[in-house]
Design a protein around this ligand. Structure first.
Ligand code: JFZ
Length: 602
């Protein structure tokens, strides 16, 4: 992701140049910088809160549709299957389809089963509040009738309909928001664009400006003027597009659609909200307006072979985890080449939607957990002065432990639609023991317990805590690293399927990773470490605050992929403990520690 992180001094220089050059623009680079600089974007947008902001911030759940010419190729070219993200099939890292061949394949694209009414109804039934459709992806094919460029679904295929027109009408009729994805820099079939042909049809050299002013800007203008009110434009992969051009794009959208939000991937840190790395839900609460974008299987664009669907429960828990961190969940489904929605995706979305209809208060307009991170057995959100406990994995004894809630509890109820079953609880110093009724062991994906508080905003001590009846896992992002190197990386396993990890490597002589944890019940805890590396390593886990500095130490294998390995039992007394992990033997450079898991020994 180095291309995204711009070097500070370069940016200062750019700002200076742009201050002079763009003063005539409705939004100047300076204003942009101020917007993104000191204030969080939440503060900025709160002052002129638009419908789109409300939709995004309170709706909390949207449908992403990657649908294009690639969908009808469904991961296959000339009889060979390319396993990876479907919308990249043309790219040299996949099938490497020549521009002319790819463009010619449009003659066979005829998505006669596209049914905007059905798709919008599905999104509504699923509990989603807006839809974002790929108007043009990296391969340059427009899914709308574009006057600016004839490589589009109306002019280049036998399908004589404009899906964006149909979708925009249905979104308005059924009352949900609509946004468009537009690849502003990469266009693999447009001369001059990033990764596009270097010359035009006549062999003349063309520049990015040619592409930008002849195709990109006119098409974005079309999107903003031909389809009624839109909530959002989802720009992506800015590459090295200039700040001037980003401003032009930004101002063009705002000129015609002042209410529309613009994704952070427009470039140069502009845009109205942040999109996190693909397929990533952060582990700690994040401020401001942001979105996690996820996929219901492993590919954005449809592939015939990808049947790795997220279950309804996974959809629900991913959505809730995102909301509990303070974000909005955008979930992608790739419609097939005939325009239909994959049946399994429909199944998961509808089932998840039925759950959401029973518990709308924990999804819409609800806010982040006061604990700042996931809880051992699930998560928490707040809404209108109540706290909601979301139980993803109910402990076998139906008992939940919570540490550090600062508010007095007035009442607790296990919810199910309109039904509420009273829940009892016990206070024990900083700990709260919640006795969940057996009714919770039904077939619901997530149990919801409403906790009425003393009327004050929910506050909690954000210290890590160990549950006496369920395992907990804490990543190194919640630890302090000393004489070692904390880092974060993304990598692809299958092509285009991103994984993310915080890690600690480069272990010095005194290198360690230290977690401070609250222990309620003294006793033995099984310690497992998640790490990657090579050959063999020896780890030590020390109880720092113990007078005898008790520790456990053992050798384990190390592999290039992150894996959990058991280290042993450690005895933990009650109260605040400091646990340090250090590398005793092994490759000090590459051994990368990712997390610790502590399971009470019963
Ligand atoms: C991009 C596209 O290339 C991809 O095809 C899909 O549309 C996806 C939603 O977005 O891929 C990215 C862009 C940014 C990151 C990762 C994948 N990122 O910042 O981690």
């Amino acid at each position: 992701m180095d291309h995204i992180k711009s070097n500070l001094s370069q940016r200062i220089l750019l700002f200076t140049i742009l201050l002079i050059s763009v003063l005539s623009n409705p939004v100047s680079a300076q204003e942009m910088n101020e917007m993104w600089g000191k204030q969080s974007n939440k503060t900025r947008l709160a002052s002129k809160e638009s419908e789109s902001v409300k939709l995004f911030r309170d709706g909390n759940y949207g449908l992403f549709l990657h649908w294009g010419l690639y969908s009808h190729l469904e991961g296959k070219w000339n009889g060979k299957t390319y396993y990876g993200i479907g919308e990249w099939i043309m790219h040299p890292s996949m099938a490497g389809i020549p521009v002319d061949d790819y463009m010619a394949s449009a003659a066979n694209f005829n998505p006669v089963n596209f049914d905007a009414e059905k798709i919008v109804k599905l999104a509504c039934d699923a509990g989603m509040k807006y839809i974002i459709l790929t108007a043009k992806h990296h391969e340059g094919f427009a899914m709308f009738h574009s006057e600016a460029d004839s490589f589009n679904i109306v002019d280049a295929t036998p399908f004589d309909r404009d899906p964006l027109l149909e979708l925009s009408r249905e979104c308005q009729r059924q009352g949900i928001g609509l946004g468009f994805y537009y690849s502003q820099s990469q266009d693999w079939t447009a001369p001059g664009a990033i990764k596009g042909p270097k010359t035009d049809k006549n062999g003349n050299e063309v520049s990015f400006d040619d592409y930008f002013y002849r195709k990109c800007l006119p098409q974005v203008t079309e999107l903003c003027t031909k389809y009624g009110p839109i909530s959002l434009i989802w720009f992506d992969t800015p590459g090295n597009i200039s700040m001037d051009q980003v401003l032009e794009l930004y101002n063009t959208v705002k000129k015609y659609q002042p209410d529309a939000l613009i994704s952070g991937r427009i470039g140069h840190n502009m845009g109205d909200y942040r999109t996190l790395g693909d397929m990533e839900i952060p582990s700690a609460n994040a401020e401001g307006l942001w979105e996690a974008c996820d996929v219901i299987n492993d590919t954005w664009g449809y592939n015939w072979f990808d049947k790795n669907w997220k279950t309804p429960k996974e959809v629900v828990t991913n959505l809730l985890s995102t909301v509990a961190r303070g974000g909005t969940y955008l979930l992608n489904v790739g419609p097939a080449g005939d325009g239909s929605m994959p049946r399994e995706a429909v199944y998961s979305l509808e089932k998840a939607g039925e759950w959401i209809k029973r518990y709308p208060q924990v999804v819409y307009g609800s806010g982040a957990s006061p604990w700042g991170k996931a809880l051992p057995w699930g998560d928490a959100v707040v809404a209108d002065s109540s706290l909601y406990l979301l139980v993803f994995d109910m402990p076998v004894d139906n008992t939940l432990y919570l540490h550090g809630l600062k508010n007095r509890v007035e009442s607790m109820n296990l919810l199910n639609g309109d039904m509420a079953t009273p829940v009892t609880w016990e206070n024990n110093g900083d700990w709260l023991k919640v006795n969940v009724p057996a009714a919770a062991q039904g077939d619901d994906y997530v149990n919801v317990i409403k906790v009425e508080l003393d009327g004050n905003e929910a506050k909690a001590d954000t210290a890590l805590f160990l549950s006496p009846n369920s395992p907990v896992k804490y990543g190194v992002e919640f630890a302090t690293a000393s004489d070692s190197h904390p880092g974060y990386h993304n990598w692809k396993e299958k092509f285009g399927e991103w994984k993310h990890a915080h890690f600690i490597n480069k272990w010095g002589e005194n290198g360690k990773s230290t977690w401070e944890v609250e222990v309620m019940e003294p006793g033995y805890y099984q310690v497992e470490l998640e790490y990657s590396g090579e050959k063999r390593v020896v780890w030590r886990v020390t109880l720092d605050n113990d007078a005898d500095s008790s520790f456990i130490q053992n050798q384990q294998g190390a592999l290039p992929a992150y894996m959990f390995k058991p280290i042993g039992w450690i005895y933990l007394p009650a109260g605040r403990q400091s646990l340090s992990v250090s590398l005793v033997e092994g490759n000090r450079d590459i051994t990368a520690l990712r997390s610790i898991r502590l399971s009470p020994v019963k």
